[in-house]
Design a protein around this ligand. Structure first.
Ligand code: NAI
Length: 237
């Protein structure tokens, strides 16, 4: 039987919670990982693990627990991410490293932990959430754009190394999506950003979740090493 377990990081809210819900609807058994969970989580996946993606040993133990508890991992969605914005000439180097640790080293830790099983079963779908701001640059986000662009490079290498083993690796590059991350922005900056979206609206977490579910599906088996932009036409790279 083909493995049917999906791991989603940053699953407690926002885009990650929407991805869990959508993958469950598509028949995957979902293990959600997050560094913290609130009681009012909008969606609770079948398995809920508390783990910090920056800690490789913790990630490796968590993946082993999932594999021995519910089965081999078929799908990995690297969604956990943070921002620590500041202009490059004022950015605290600790904030640079913190964003690289979560947004780039974190996905590597997960990929490193799931690949041996995926290779053994000759099946895997790895989807990593990058960003439009990695494709175009964004003032104030030297750390974030570097990490999210690095994620695209990492994805291409993993795609090449594992293509012959039935494993695909792709990125989704969201534009401006309505979550806690964007709600934290200054109101006028947020409104100006929305006014620049050709589709005339902010994106919904479900817009990203649907794309991830497609990339995880059998219809997408010949798509690998790609970056799929989901941004309402705001950037056409
Ligand atoms: P969010 O801030 O609402 O949720 C992120 C989740 O990741 C949180 O539940 C948080 O606890 C978890 N997380 C953070 N650090 C972690 C760590 N070290 N270990 C485990 N979990 C951790 O963010 P949102 O908006 O849902 O974003 C999800 C992904 O989409 C992120 O990678 C973000 O960079 C990316 N993205 C978001 C966009 C947007 O407009 N909201 C646009 C482009 C990309």
């Amino acid at each position: 039987m083909r493995p049917d377990v999906a791991i989603v990081t940053g699953a407690a809210r926002g885009i990650g919670a929407a991805i869990c819900k959508r993958l469950e609807a598509a028949g995957w058994r979902v293990a959600g990982l997050d560094r913290s969970w609130d009681d009012d989580n909008v969606h609770v996946p079948v398995v809920r693990e508390t783990v910090d993606v920056t800690d490789f040993d913790a990630v490796r133990n968590c993946v082993s627990r999932i594999e021995s508890g519910i089965g081999p991992v078929a799908v990995l969605v690297n969604n956990a991410g943070i921002t620590r914005d500041a202009m490059a000439h004022k950015m605290n180097p600790r904030d640079f490293t913190a964003v690289i640790d979560v947004n780039l080293a974190g996905p590597f830790h997960l990929i490193r932990a799931v690949l041996p099983t995926m290779r053994e079963h000759a099946f895997g779908r790895i989807v990593s959430i990058s960003s439009m701001n990695a494709q175009r640059g964004q003032a104030g986000q030297a750390n974030y754009a570097a990490a999210k662009a690095g994620l695209i490079g990492l994805t291409k290498v993993v795609a090449l190394e594992n293509a012959a083993r039935g494993i695909t690796a792709n990125c989704v590059a969201p534009g401006f999506i309505e979550t806690d991350m964007t709600a934290a922005m200054r109101g006028d900056v947020r409104d100006a950003e929305i006014a620049r979206i050709p589709a005339g609206r902010i994106g919904a977490p479900a817009d990203i979740a649907g794309t991830v579910a497609f990339l995880a599906s059998s219809e997408a088996s010949f798509i690998t090493g790609q970056v799929l932009s989901v941004n309402g036409g705001q950037l056409m790279p």
